[in-house]
Design a binder for this molecule. Structure first.
Ligand SMILES: *[C@@H]1O[C@H](CO)[C@@H](O)[C@H](O)[C@H]1NC(C)=O
Length: 776
């Protein structure tokens, strides 16, 4: 029974020390245990049976027929089951039983008849019985046959009764039982009469009372050599508290009673403290209370912490029905206890006080409460504390947790798993007591920064189920670290071993590591199988689904998908080739020039298509007016004009189409106005000598705005921005925008140049002749 074997948890071996460095328990190995199938189990529970089925296999050794409606057990039902060892008939409707039905079941060891309606039994020896449960039935007096005295192997006996007599258990007094369960659910109180019962020789006695009645049992039970006492269903208030204390006085008399357990206790705070105070001088070493409800009110109760044998108090699951009270009153009783171990878990407690004087606590377990970061702040009285468990609370700041341990010089094990811990402080260094050996930080929301806040001498560090992406390279070396659990994080790479020189176990399953996994599979062949336990059989993939169950050694990943270096090199080489190609094209093939030309060509085509024809046909006589410097006239006459006229493009040249009598500028403007487009042949000469003619016109008419469709700029020779006089800001702007066509020096490129020019006139335009005839 678990309650009777309570050992301090902190003495368990904490980790297994494997003799190798940096070995990864990557995939959970599944070990199949082959249990020897010597039993033949038949399960007929919960079938709605009203009688024992007739078709039971004769070789049945274990028969479960619990939770049915069976009302009778007859000889013929089970006499052929000669190998039957275990018979479970609990939760049925059997009222009477003759033990002679078992006379052919010579091996029957375990008989469970609890929760039936038995009120009478007929006796017959069943010598082989070790476990007999007759509890939770309707017996009036204890169902004890003198034949039970023959079952010398009997270990467990479950009974129920509504009245007791001192010598009821005499027939079995000589047996050495381990466990007597006595159900006093229907126990009737008879006035002020005190009944007594002598129970000789059992290690454990478990009494179960009525769950909903106030405790009123006036009993005088005496047991020899009792080691373990358990009471279930106690409903106590300030008045009947004494009744329980009276019952306990007799029961706790023996010097061997070390374990005392209370289940389902509803009590006032005053009565609870009274029980503690009563037990304090007793020999009880382990006191457990499960499912405690505190009612009425919580007032200050005086408690004398006399010398005590009590080592451990454990309270699990407290419901507090008192809402207005001083928290300190409640917590002080616990915090000042002069015991070694205190567990208070699954309660609505929001705090625990720092003991007022140097405390005896070595082990404190406050799992699943609502403690906050202020717990044991500046507390220097817990100087003997070795284990502190604050699992499942409301802790938030790892820095404060570190600070809390500052004055706990004996602290070795700290469990703060399942909180909401983070470490966000950039500047500050964490203060940890150096004695910490095992630190459990699992199931928090810690990120990479946690490695800046770890006790320096830690040996076992559990960081599983956090948000760690990377183990930073520059963390202080954790030289003592032997076991690191970093499973269920966001790691993409294995940590380097340099930082953890003593590491012998690294648990990293459920991360996103793939490259190292490949390396691992590759290298493992070379390491002896003594180092990597159970390779390859136990290393199976668990994720992704499609690979589930595949042995790791048969799992192959593509070189590229997991090798970052290779991936980087591949990308790098591709980029390099691209850059070289582009550079080559730019330098030797003049790629930008081509791109610019093609771009302009496309734009022109687009514009030509979208401009309404009517808008163009004003009074146009020419397709184009060409303006150029005298120095460039050779090019214009030999190259440009012949080329354009070849395409039937009518051109206005100022020396050819000049109207005599008008000034040069008037002629130019006249020419511009009669032309669909104006071509300017730009060169350093042109800019210096001619541009000014047009500046004036542009200024007055604003006919051409920047990038206007009607303007074609040909750059015959490169003009540097500096050489353009600053007053010509329009030209500067146009040049800066590169809205010009460059005349290429290489012959090969000229085709595209001409195509671009032609594209500008790629339109069917009705021109008027000077006589106003329509010429198409
Ligand atoms: C840390 O705590 C978790 C539960 O909160 C537990 O499963 C785990 O085993 C603990 N780790 C260590 C090293 O004790």
């Amino acid at each position: 029974d678990s309650h009777c074997n309570i050992m301090p948890k902190d003495k368990e071996p904490i980790f297994k020390n494997f003799n190798f460095v940096c070995v990864m328990a990557l995939i959970v190995g599944i070990k199949i245990q082959f249990s020897e199938e010597s039993e033949f189990t038949v399960d007929r529970s919960k079938r709605g049976l009203t009688q024992v089925p007739k078709d039971l296999p004769p070789k049945t050794t274990v028969l479960d027929m619990s939770q049915n409606h069976i009302s009778e057990l007859q000889f013929s039902d089970i006499n052929f089951l000669s190998g039957l060892e275990v018979l479970i008939l609990s939760h049925n409707r059997i009222q009477q039983l003759n033990f002679s039905v078992f006379r052919f079941n010579q091996d029957l060891e375990y008989l469970d008849l609890s929760y039936n309606q038995l009120w009478t039994i007929s006796c017959h020896p069943v010598v082989s019985l070790k476990h007999l449960d007759l509890s939770f039935n309707n017996f009036d007096t204890l169902p004890i046959c003198k034949e039970f005295g023959n079952s010398i192997q009997l270990d467990f006996l479950g009974l129920s009764a509504t009245k007791l007599q001192q010598l009821d258990l005499l027939p079995i007094a000589h047996l050495h039982l381990s466990y007597i369960l006595l159900d006093l659910n229907g126990y009737a109180v008879k006035g002020n009469e005190i009944e007594s019962l002598r129970i000789l020789n059992t290690k454990k006695l478990h009494l179960v009372f009525h769950p909903n009645s106030l405790f009123s049992v006036q009993l005088n039970i005496s047991v020899n050599k009792l080691e373990c006492l358990e009471l279930t269903n106690l409903k106590l208030n300030d008045e009947n508290c004494e009744v329980l204390i009276n019952v306990l006085s007799e029961l706790t008399r023996g010097p061997s009673l070390l374990n005392f357990t209370l289940n389902h206790v509803e009590t006032t705070w005053k009565c609870l403290v009274t029980i503690f105070q009563f037990l304090w001088p007793k020999p009880v070493e382990y006191l457990n209370i499960y499912n405690l409800t505190i009612i009425e009110n919580i007032r200050k109760e005086y408690f004398t912490y006399s010398k005590t044998a009590l080592k451990s108090l454990k309270i699990e699951h407290i419901t507090n029905r008192v809402f207005l009270f001083s928290q300190n009153v409640l917590y002080t009783v616990f915090s000042e206890m002069n015991i070694l171990m205190l567990t208070i878990s699954d309660t609505p407690f929001i705090h625990m006080l720092c003991p007022q004087k140097p405390s005896t606590f070595k082990f404190l377990n406050f799992t699943h409460n609502v403690f906050t970061d202020s717990i044991f702040e500046n507390c220097s009285t817990l100087d003997r504390l070795e284990t502190l468990i604050l699992q499942k609370n409301g802790l938030k700041d790892l820095f404060k947790v570190g600070l809390m341990t500052k004055d706990m010089p004996s602290l070795e094990i700290l469990d703060v798993s399942w909180n909401s811990l983070e470490f966000n402080r950039r500047e500050e260094n964490c203060t940890w007591v150096e004695s910490i050996v095992v630190l459990n930080l699992s199931s928090n929301i810690l990120s990479d920064s946690v490695f800046r806040c770890v006790p320096p001498r830690v040996t076992v560090l559990d960081l599983h189920n956090n948000r760690i992406k990377n183990i930073p390279k520059q963390i202080t070396k954790l030289e003592a670290l032997k076991e690191l659990n970093i499973a269920f994080n966001y790691l993409t790479d294995l940590p380097g071993c340099g930082t953890f020189t003593s590491l012998s176990a690294l648990i990293i399953d459920h991360n996103s590591i793939s490259r190292e996994l490949r390396e691992f599979i590759k290298n493992i062949g070379q390491i002896s199988s003594e180092v990597v336990e159970d390779w390859p059989g136990s290393y199976k993939c668990a994720y992704p689904e499609s690979y589930k169950g595949t042995q790791l050694q048969n799992f192959h990943m593509s070189q590229l998908s997991c090798n970052t270096t290779l991936l980087v090199v591949t990308i790098g080489v591709t980029m390099l080739v691209l850059v070289v190609t582009v550079t080559f094209l730019c330098m030797y093939m003049d790629l930008p020039w081509y791109l610019r030309m093609v771009c302009q060509w496309t734009q022109t085509q687009h514009r030509a298509r979208n401009t309404p024809l009517e808008e163009l046909q004003r009074n146009l006589q020419f397709h184009a007016f060409i303006s150029y410097s005298e120095h460039d006239s050779a090019w214009v006459k030999n190259e440009l004009v012949p080329c354009l006229e070849k395409e039937d493009i009518r051109i206005c040249l100022h020396e050819r189409n000049f109207v005599p009598g008008k000034s040069i500028i008037e002629n130019i403007i006249n020419c511009i106005e009669k032309s669909y487009k104006s071509i300017f042949v730009l060169s350093p000469n042109f800019v210096q000598s001619e541009w000014c003619h047009y500046e004036l016109y542009f200024a007055h008419h604003k006919l051409f705005h920047e990038g206007s469709d009607n303007l074609i700029l040909i750059l015959l020779e490169p003009i540097s921005q500096n050489s353009i006089p600053s007053k010509y800001h329009k030209l500067k702007a146009l040049m800066a925008k590169r809205t010009y066509l460059e005349w290429p020096t290489e012959k090969s490129k000229r085709g595209l140049f001409w195509a671009n020019i032609r594209a500008a006139f790629n339109i069917k335009l009705a021109l008027v002749t000077e006589n106003n005839d329509v010429n198409t």
